[in-house]
Design a binder for this molecule. Structure first.
Ligand SMILES: [Zn+2]
Ligand SMILES: [Zn+2]
Length: 172
């Protein structure tokens, strides 16, 4: 819903499925392989993840953490992906710390629940300071709204089957 939308150009609706690998039509796949000269990759602790600035920041610090392999959005995640999600959060915290931001209570991290996201490649939004989100960002990245879920709720959802319930509840 945020910056990536501009670059997406109609990626919406294409079912990325669960298969890994590379999708040349996916902007995040291209960014991860340094095929998008406009987007600089930031230092990242893990080789299978990349981190870069959101092109339309919703807060003074706004990063995206993305697996190099094409992976479907958060709706297709399963319990086996929890370690990846945890590492994505670690990368998010580290990039904030490198920018001298350490108040983890003032950070917003989460995933857009489809279809409120234009890109089907899994990506974690990292925004800080959360207290300085603009009006629109506050809406787009609202804590635990049904279109933006923060990571703790998502982890819970793996165990209680919340995903399915949510899917059925959203009728548009
Ligand atoms: Zn998004
Ligand atoms: Zn991709």
């Amino acid at each position: 819903m945020a910056g990536e939308e501009a670059a997406a150009g109609g990626a919406e609706g294409r079912d990325a499925g669960s298969g890994g690998g590379y999708d040349g039509k996916c902007v995040f796949c291209r960014i991860a392989r340094r095929e998008e000269p406009g987007t600089a990759l930031l230092p990242c602790e893990y080789e299978d993840l990349v981190c870069f600035r959101d092109i339309r920041p919703g807060a003074p610090l706004h990063y995206l953490v993305v697996p190099v392999e094409h992976m479907g959005n958060c709706k297709t995640l399963k319990a086996e992906h929890i370690p990846v999600v945890k590492r994505m959060m670690e990368v998010g915290k580290a990039v904030l710390q490198r920018n001298n931001f350490s108040d983890l209570n003032d950070v917003r991290m989460g995933f857009h629940w489809p279809p409120f996201c234009s890109i089907s490649h899994l990506h974690l939004h990292v925004l800080a300071p959360a207290s300085q989100l603009g009006f629109l960002s506050r809406l787009v990245y609202r804590i635990n709204s049904y279109w933006f879920i923060t990571v703790s709720i998502m982890q819970m959802s793996f165990s209680v089957g919340f995903q399915l319930q949510a899917e059925n509840a959203i009728s548009f």
